[in-house]
Ligand binder design. Structure first.
Ligand SMILES: *Cc1c(COP(=O)(O)O)cnc(C)c1O
Length: 402
């Protein structure tokens, strides 16, 4: 069976994890701090905070901005539920909008139509690693300043809708050579086991607020406290001789990254551009070459007008099929010992969201993309031979069902 996306665990990773364990420092400490610095250097943003997940990072940033009851947050209908769940956690209302047919990303015209006086945040999602149209979004929130109603000091200072990017897929992606993390106010990366760069579980908030209006370092310091019980000293600071006293300055959360996770991240980041991304691009290029002559297929975009994907997913679409046919094709592919997936079952189609009154049929392109989508395996250890097996399985399944 060809798996869908197993993590890359080699001796280098194992050795660094063992080194972290033997160092005697296993929670947030020097390795996490070093990983944060390297993320900031790599992405070209202003400060980065590592956490135990992207989900925690998204929620923390909504709370930092003071998002709560009566507020609206705009997001694409076509995303993983985590993007929407954190809005619910804060007591705000998710406002789903439809996506583009070409790149699966949030449709800017739909965003513009959805903005009201209650809109506090827009959460674009870089689907499959392809960056959204941040230039248009950055202009849009500035043009719409007069609609924005600030409810606290931070909102007054920014004076507009916050762009909080769900960059769970897009670490390493770029627009005109500017990397994800530096394309809008805040971006949140995921280092979950299936993501391009993994720390088993993990995530990072990439702060990129305009200076000197905001001091990103000060926000970073505040977020460190907010994500560790609201405690004004972290464990490392408390180990300094005699430095045992601490205070709780707010009812904080608990979602810090461990140094064990960071040790994996440091290895992965070091070889990300020179190795991981070269391999992932090779896999996707080979799929494109092998599939492009089959006119039943619609191949994904991953390099266009200055944008470069992080090569996270290979979201293939089949032309003119129904959702039921797609499911049958997937079963045929599985029967040929190849694992495939669908990214994603759109959030408004989920039971919880249906009960809140959302309806997937209101998002035509989202539904159309979803109903015809099959994601093919992409992972570091996938060989050319296996890629050919995947392609043959897809073609055979199509021949059988269509
Ligand atoms: C994986 C994923 C998340 C959640 O990431 P975690 O690190 O598991 O919290 C959020 N949004 C999208 C689009 C994802 O694919």
């Amino acid at each position: 069976m060809i798996p869908f996306s197993p993590p890359r665990i080699d001796d280098k990773i194992c050795n660094e994890v063992v080194a972290a364990l033997k160092s005697g420092w296993i929670t947030t400490g020097p390795r996490t701090k070093s990983f944060e610095k390297k993320i900031t250097e790599y992405c070209g943003n202003k400060a980065s905070l590592c956490l135990n997940s992207a989900t925690a990072g998204l929620e923390i940033m909504l709370r930092w901005y003071g998002v709560g009851e009566g507020d609206e947050v705009i997001l694409p209908a076509y995303t993983y539920s985590a993007t929407a769940n954190v809005i619910i956690h804060c007591g705000a209302r998710p406002v789903f909008v439809d996506v583009n047919a070409h790149d699966f990303n949030i449709n800017i015209k739909e965003v513009e139509k959805a903005i009201t006086n209650e809109t506090k945040v827009i959460m674009p999602v870089d689907f499959g690693g392809m960056p959204c149209d941040y230039e248009a979004l950055n202009i849009l929130v500035r043009e719409q300043k007069n609609k924005f109603v600030a409810a606290n000091e931070i909102q007054k200072k920014l004076g507009r809708i916050l762009i909080l990017s769900d960059s769970a897929h897009s670490f390493g992606a770029s627009i005109n050579n500017k990397k994800a993390g530096s394309l809008c106010d805040v971006s949140v990366f995921s280092f979950h086991a299936v993501k391009n760069l993994s720390t088993a579980e993990g995530g990072a908030i990439a702060l990129n607020f305009e200076e000197p209006l905001f001091d990103n370092r000060t926000i970073y310091n505040h977020l460190c406290v907010k994500t560790l019980h609201g405690q004004n000293k972290d464990a490392l600071a408390k180990t300094q001789k005699g430095n045992w006293k601490y205070d709780i300055v707010e009812a904080g959360y608990k979602c810090n990254m461990t140094d064990i996770a960071a040790s994996i991240g440091l290895v992965e980041l070091e070889r990300y551009d020179s190795d991981t991304q070269v391999k992932r691009k090779h896999i996707i290029d080979l799929y494109q070459t092998l599939l492009k002559s089959d006119n039943r297929l619609e191949l994904p975009l991953y390099e266009t007008d200055g944008k470069k994907s992080s090569y996270h997913l290979y979201p293939l679409r089949i032309k003119n099929i129904t959702e039921q046919q797609r499911d049958r094709i997937m079963q045929e592919i599985f029967d040929r010992d190849v694992s495939v997936n669908v990214h994603f079952i759109p959030v408004p189609g989920m039971s919880f969201y249906k009960k809140l009154g959302y309806n997937l049929q209101d998002y035509k392109t989202t539904y159309d993309n979803f109903s015809r989508e099959i994601s093919l395996p992409v992972f570091y250890d996938l060989s050319d031979e296996q890629i050919k097996t995947v392609v043959n399985a897809v073609i055979a399944a199509l021949d059988k069902v269509c």
